[in-house]
Design a protein around this ligand. Structure first.
Ligand code: GDP
Ligand code: MG
Length: 415
């Protein structure tokens, strides 16, 4: 129900392009006084629209709200690379070193967490219920759960904002399947909500033993590369499981593309030829990365990891934030232009059709307005009064029934 009502709020504040229409009727075109009053009222409501529109958006997106602390660490990586175990290690490290951390679990399908999460998606969305209700498979269930959670993510950001002074890091665990977070709209919404309020860094966890083959290593790096360009946030590569295999080979391949080419040349397959060409392209990408070897099991490399995070947070403040602000300003400018255009069109329409009924496509579901207009029509057309009234009642009853159903359906996943 909460989510449902939120969607209605969004509809009301968002755009001018919806299907709902608002009717404005001038009753007496000869009366200039009434006309003046009406125009004034219209202007007022248009101004209101304007204000609401420009203030709509996610919580914490205003640059004034931006804080230097805490640093958000979003942990991503292939399924089984050790994200959850690594996060557990980070939590242990923060507790042992008196670093103030806050933990957020975004994996709705995890059975048991080895650490206590301060905010857990599982408290809000029941993943198995979502699967049943929407008739989905496991991946669809995880994705839909994340989508439902993202609709309320402004509240999560507000909670963290209210505790910001007492926190150094916010550690975020993501679903096992990497693409659910990195390629979904909700993943982008969550990342952007964080990145516009706090310095945000992506920790890309690599399964080191499984990346020892040059071709697998290359596909892992391509994925990390795509995340860097998609999120435009600083990325730290955490070569995990160094207790099983050291990550020196990876560092060597990243520093010296000839070493990688030599390694890959023993394999004559098509993928190997592709990897040889790609390593030249990725050379530039590696320069934008920090990499550390860690072991979630033994706890090795934690100091180095936090150093890399601090350096990335600085980098975020210097480069990424400016870029983010530029993109946001551009988005706002376009939105403002579009809104101004619609308002001008609305004014023109109003001027042209004095005394006539004007149907404005504003995206506002102004039921009250419609109701009033229907009542006015009733006054004028007494003969049709009964019919109109019946229609109106039938219409609202039907609508109410549908609304209740929707409310009930979504209520189970609400906060
Ligand atoms: N040897 C070793 N195993 C690890 C390490 N980190 C994680 N694992 C194991 O890797 C498997 C997957 O870990 P998990 O944290 O569930 O991965 P996730 O799907 O990325 O969250 C588990 O069996 C872990 O015990 C590590 O540093 N060393
Ligand atoms: Mg996990």
């Amino acid at each position: 129900m909460d989510i449902d009502s939120d969607f209605h709020n969004l509809n009301i504040k968002a755009s001018n392009e919806g299907g709902a229409s608002m009717q404005v009727e001038s009753k007496d075109s000869s009366s200039t006084q009434a006309e003046g009053k009406e125009t004034e009222e219209l202007n007022k409501s248009m101004d209101k629209l304007h204000i609401e529109g420009s203030s709509s958006g996610q919580a914490g997106t205003s640059s004034n709200n931006f804080r230097k602390k805490p640093v958000i660490i979003i942990v991503v990586g292939m399924a089984g690379s050790g994200k959850t175990t690594f996060l557990h290690r980070l939590v242990c490290h923060t507790q042992a070193s008196n670093i103030r951390g806050y933990v957020l679990n975004l994996d709705p399908a995890v059975m048991t967490l080895p650490f206590g999460a301060n905010i857990d998606i599982r408290d809000t969305v029941k993943y198995k219920e979502v699967m049943k209700q929407f008739n989905l498979g496991p991946n669809g269930g995880i994705l839909t759960s994340l989508n439902l959670f993202a609709t309320k993510f402004d509240e999560v950001v507000s909670v963290i904002e209210s505790r910001a002074d007492q926190l150094d890091y916010v550690l975020v665990d993501t679903p096992g399947q990497i693409e659910i977070f990195t390629w979904s709209a909700s993943g982008a919404i969550i990342t952007e909500a964080f990145a516009s309020t706090f310095p945000t860094v992506i920790a890309y966890v690599v399964d080191t033993p499984r990346s020892s083959s040059p071709v697998t290593f290359m596909s892992n790096m391509l994925y990390a590369c795509s995340i860097l360009y998609k999120t435009r946030l600083p990325v730290v590569l955490a070569f995990n499981k160094t207790d099983v295999a050291q990550h020196q080979f990876a560092l060597e391949w990243m520093e010296d593309f000839e070493a990688f080419q030599t390694a890959v040349s023993s394999d004559q397959s098509y993928t190997s030829t592709l990897s040889q060409s790609l390593c030249l392209v990725l050379d530039e990408f590696y320069k934008n990365l920090r990499s550390v070897g860690v072991s979630a099991v033994s706890g090795a490399g934690m100091e180095a990891f936090f150093k890399a995070i601090e350096a990335s947070a600085e980098e975020y403040m210097e480069n990424y934030r400016a870029d983010l602000e530029k993109r946001r300003a551009e988005k706002q400018r376009l939105e403002e232009e579009r809104r101004k255009e619609s308002m001008d069109k609305l004014r023109k329409d109003m001027e042209q059709s004095r005394g006539e009924t004007v149907v404005l496509s504003t995206g506002l579901k102004d039921k009250e307005g419609r109701r009033e207009n229907m009542m006015d029509e009733e006054d004028e057309k007494l003969e049709e009064e009964d019919d109109d009234d019946d229609d109106f009642e039938r219409f609202t009853e039907e609508e109410d029934v549908i609304d209740e159903d929707e409310d009930e359906e979504v209520a189970r996943f609400s906060f």
